[in-house]
Write a new protein. Structure first.
Length: 262
């Protein structure tokens, strides 16, 4: 356990001074900020009556100036945009050792390879959780500032449950990206994989088979696919869970057995 904690501490130290850390928080914070802009437009009756292009888009989304609409937007951003951002986080955590040329140095330490890769996975989960929590804090600050009507506790709890379940599903969907970062020895392979999954998740979900494609499931659960959420079943979550398990095992086995020439 002590070695595992030391390995995790080493990973945390690496990102403390990394500019990419704050860049991900700023990029993800665009969502609650845009949600705040939506609220301002909806609250401005004159702007809605003028029916500008932006106002028409908000109407098409059935967005209302309340906590339910606001938090639902955050959940959908995690389910769809999180696949991209969480994938980027995983790509950086697992691919940077090769880009910086420190992979061989890392493996020369008196720490097992399994503990090193586990520390990276733990950091991946913690980083993603901090991203969704920061968005939630920003949303509550903006929502309170904009005087959104109070929501009853049971409704708020249900929406927050959906938000964090969507987060968990998206984190699991990003686990296999670690393998591509190690196998491709850098950022290109995992980011290419993320781009492909985004394209295929949209296409497959649109034709009604998203409940069988792991990277479509978080978005469908968040409600981004509308009525397609009803297609999700226990089998869908089993597929996603197996995808995460296979991704973790593939990453660990490859890291333990591959020759590190770089």
């Amino acid at each position: 356990m002590r070695q595992q904690l030391l390995a995790l501490q080493a990973e945390v130290i690496k990102i403390k001074s990394a500019k990419i850390l704050w860049a991900t928080f700023i990029a993800f914070a665009i969502v609650p900020v845009m949600g705040g802009v939506f609220i301002l437009v909806v609250q401005d009756n004159e702007a809605m009556e003028k029916a500008s292009g932006f106002a028409l888009k908000i109407k098409a989304m059935n967005f209302e100036a309340n906590w339910k609409s606001y938090l639902n937007v955050l959940s959908q951003a995690v389910g769809v945009g999180g696949v991209l951002l969480f994938g980027f986080v995983a790509s950086w955590i697992f691919g940077r050792e090769y880009s910086d040329g420190t992979a061989k140095d890392l493996l020369s330490l008196p720490t097992s390879r399994t503990k090193i890769v586990n520390a990276k996975f733990i950091l991946y989960v913690l980083w993603c959780l901090m991203l969704v929590l920061s968005n939630l804090v920003v949303a509550f600050i903006l929502g309170t500032t904009l005087h959104l009507p109070t929501m009853d506790t049971s409704s708020l709890t249900g929406i927050l449950n959906d938000y964090f379940i969507t987060t968990a599903l998206t984190i699991i969907a990003g686990v296999p990206i670690a393998f591509f970062a190690l196998y491709g020895k850098g950022y290109l392979a995992p980011l290419s994989f993320v781009a492909l999954t985004l394209v295929f998740s949209q296409v497959i979900a649109a034709i009604g088979y998203g409940s069988y494609f792991p990277w479509s499931i978080p978005g469908l659960y968040s409600g981004a696919g509308g009525e397609y959420k009803n297609l999700l079943s226990s089998f869908s979550y089993i597929i996603l869970l197996l995808t995460g398990i296979v991704g973790y095992l593939a990453t660990t086995i490859y890291w333990k057995n591959a020759d590190q020439t770089k």
